[in-house]
Design a protein around this ligand. Sequence first.
Ligand code: HEC
Length: 103
Amino acid sequence: MIRRWFSGAAWILALGCAGSLPQVTVEDAEGTGIPLGDLRAGRERYVAKCSGCHELHPPGAYDDARWAREVEAMAERVRLEDQDRRAILLYLQSMNADTIGNG
Ligand code: HEC
């Protein structure tokens, strides 16, 4: 019973974290020139691959060069397919201040 409650709470917490990362909008796609589907896929991979150990850093937290280094560093901790790495980086680098003045 307690176990059940606990796993339910953990699930809600996990959802809460992902929820604080803004959804990709049509405006973002227009502003970045990246197809909406690609941005959404990148966000989805980011949440799936990167939320396991710590809170998700919003794309606006770092510039392009720093994101490249951070994702590179994290790739040593988490198994990332090339495709995932590209999708995540595309999302993070497109949604930050270098591209659309976010954050
Ligand atoms: C296996 C656990 C784990 C996963 C999964 C993980 N990280 Fe991390 N991450 C860490 C730890 C531990 C740190 C603490 C700093 C360090 O040791 O590098 C960290 C630090 C970071 C930092 C630096 C924070 C700072 O204050 O400088 C960023 C950015 C980051 N992670 C991004 C990511 C991204 C992007 C992904 C997905 C590709 C990811 N993390 C997946 C464990 C993880």
